[in-house]
Design a protein around this ligand. Structure first.
Ligand SMILES: C[S@@+](CC[C@H](N)C(=O)[O-])C[C@H]1O[C@@H](n2cnc3c(N)ncnc32)[C@H](O)[C@@H]1O
Length: 416
């Protein structure tokens, strides 16, 4: 086929076509995912909740927007094909019929294949993945020649291609991942730090609290500064994906000119807050504070290089013990306090954690009255009312979510 004919097919079937997409989200925190989706995907035909995330129907431009703007999504998958299969010969036939050249470049390294099968006759995920690999290799012989490991070929992990196959009750869905590295990787942090909170979870917690950047935000166990950085991005309207690249940039349908104009338009609304820092990040660990300062300096360099206003200066960093911190030393207003103490299960034991959480509650009740608080705990018992006196804490809500394979709990409320 001539390259012209292929280009036409790509335009007709991928660039210009309305397709179904699935946005993978970390379930647990009620962050108003559909509202977030509707605000981002203004031109999409349909944005609906689905198990493990949400679905939307739209064009490639909506897919680019989803990657650029979603704060709480992990990946955006474009659905390629759905079919039923109970036998390997039919699976092979359906996979070999997929016009892979519309989705993958002829010289791209073979994609990673992720298969999950539930209540299906073809449940052996490695065997299914082998069939997918064979179908792609058949359609794109140059790609198969490049071997399995993308990194061996010097491909950026941000741009790595992945095919997702889900089988549920013999019904197969084949999708291509448009994101590459998971979207919680924003591309701005200086690496290192103990037990960092995922950006998508930090953003979901801030959304669930209704944080828009209006009041002060205090992050007194900041570690790598997830809450502070996400808060600063929300306050200054910085698109979550502005500083990273995406797998779709390697798609045959990708038009760099259009993408550049999307990014420039998105960056044009960055509005840093003027005046003194309104986001206060602190930690007992001086190295963590230094690392966050380095991250802020790195972001400032990136902002300067791109000609965007500096927004990370909204974050003030200091080395302070939370138990020595008084809100009146930071601000006269009441605002939002985000606490992610060291996880007992990973970084200490439950007894120590009990003591620490009891001390935290003591501090909250004595010094932080009127503040909106989000407190993360590795064990629900740490944030339940005191069993001794049955006295309710300031609790308004407890939610649970999964973080790095652990079930974690989140208490939110206003300290009374
Ligand atoms: C689970 S980590 C926080 C991770 C952070 N949210 C992030 O995204 O990187 C807990 C942090 O609490 C800090 N910490 C422990 N005790 C503290 C205290 N008394 N005052 C301030 N920070 C403390 C630790 O140094 C560590 O950086």
């Amino acid at each position: 086929m001539t390259s012209n004919a292929l280009e036409k097919r790509i335009k007709r079937h991928v660039t210009g076509r309305v397709r179904d997409y699935f946005v993978i989200m970390n379930p647990g925190i009620d962050s108003g995912a559909v509202a977030e989706g509707e605000a981002i995907l203004t031109d999409a035909e349909r944005v609906v909740p689905a198990l493990g995330g949400l679905e939307f129907t739209g064009k490639l431009t909506d897919c680019r927007r989803a990657n650029l703007f979603f704060r709480t999504a992990t990946r955006v998958l474009m659905r390629i094909e759905t079919f039923r299969s109970e036998r390997f010969d039919r699976l092979e036939k359906k996979l070999f019929e997929i016009p892979w050249e519309l989705y993958l470049k002829p010289d791209s390294p073979l994609p990673e294949i992720s298969v999950t099968a539930r209540r299906s006759r073809l449940y052996h995920s490695d065997a299914v993945a082998d069939r997918v690999r064979a179908a792609i290799a058949d359609a794109l012989p140059a790609a198969s020649g490049m071997g399995k490991g993308a990194d061996q070929n010097g491909e950026d992990s941000e741009l790595r291609q992945r095919i997702f196959v889900r089988a549920l009750e013999d019904h197969f869905t084949v999708s291509i991942d448009s994101s590459g590295e998971p979207l919680y990787k924003r591309g701005i942090k200086v690496t290192g730090g103990k037990a960092p909170l995922r950006e998508t979870i930090g953003a979901a917690i801030l959304r669930s609290l209704g944080y828009t950047g209006d009041g002060p935000l205090v992050d007194p166990m900041c570690g790598t500064g997830t809450f502070s950085l996400e808060g600063a991005m929300i306050a200054a309207h910085v698109p979550a994906g502005l500083y990273r690249r995406f797998a779709f940039e390697r798609w045959p349908a990708h038009v760099p000119r259009r993408w550049e104009s999307d990014r420039a338009e998105a960056a044009s609304v960055i509005r840093p807050q003027s005046g003194l820092p309104r986001i206060f990040a602190s930690d007992l660990d001086g190295a963590a504070c230094n690392r966050l300062q380095e991250t802020i300096a790195k972001i400032n360099l990136l902002s300067d290089a791109d000609g965007h206003p500096r927004w990370a200066d909204a974050i003030g960093v200091g080395r302070v013990d939370f138990f020595d911190l008084l809100p009146k030393d930071l601000t006269a207003e009441k605002g939002t306090l985000l606490l992610n103490p060291p996880y007992g299960l990973r970084m200490g034991d439950l007894k120590k954690s009990r003591q620490m959480y009891a001390e935290i509650f003591g501090r909250l009740l004595s010094d932080w009255k009127g503040w909106q608080v989000a407190l993360i705990a590795p064990d629900k018992r740490l944030i339940l009312p005191d069993p001794e006196n049955g006295k309710p804490l300031f609790r308004e809500r407890i939610q649970s979510f999964s973080h790095g394979g652990l079930k974690v709990f989140l208490l939110t409320g206003i300290v009374k």
